[in-house]
Write a protein that binds this ligand. Sequence first.
Ligand SMILES: [Zn+2]
Length: 280
Amino acid sequence: MRKIGSVPVLVLLAACATPPEPTTGLDRMYVINCGENHAKDVSRWTPGVNVGKPHVFSNHCYLLKHAKGWMLWDTGNPDRIAALPGGLTNPAGTITAFMKKTLVDSLKEIGVTPADIKHLALSHGHGDHSGNVNLFTAATLYVQRPEYAAMFGPDPQKYGFIPANFEKIRGNTAMIIDGDYDVFGDGTVTIKAAPGHTPGHQVLVVRLPKAGPVILSGDMVHLQYSWNYRVVPSFNFDVPQSMATIDAMKAYARETGAQLWVNHDMEQNAKIPKAPAFVQ
Ligand SMILES: [Zn+2]
């Protein structure tokens, strides 16, 4: 009797050995235009290559519709820049930030208000990613431990952060992460540590029902070119660590068949549908 009884258990174990395709709770992703950054000399990001050439970087925010609530990945350039027709140039004069449409207006077009965002993560704390984070005081913040320490510690400027950008989310519920984290517990949205650009930089792996796995780059690389040729800016927090991260993520992409969507690569993004259209 025991022998007969054991058969279904074995079958069950065999079925569990391969995890099911995790496409349950995630319905869609909106890629939102969150500004443009016009650089005087692109070789700051591609050392030794295209010296003196100007370049326009795209900038995006990514809104995920999951059964457990809306999640926003990165918040773009600050909305207040939309009121400045000439954009906002940094003190060093190396880059000018533009915001053609505010994030609030882009969300409104989708039927979402800032208070609807329940889950919030930034690739890292720099100004072109944390520009509107103060709007999302109702959200749980998912952040790597070293990034949290850099953002909310005694010297955020040391890492190139503007603390006023995120002062209002200091009291948010925070999920402090060491490494990888499955946000909804169903495998559809996974944060992965990708340090180097900043101490606790992270990327997001999104498993959409139709598009398959997509890695959202943050600033792990700034251009498709940088990914192809392992090129990072010399101003990264830790250049060797940035290279190790690229190698690890390349191995991950090979293993999983994931695509890499590079936030700041204008040319690559021209092929991706933008909000209010969405990707599934
Ligand atoms: Zn950036």
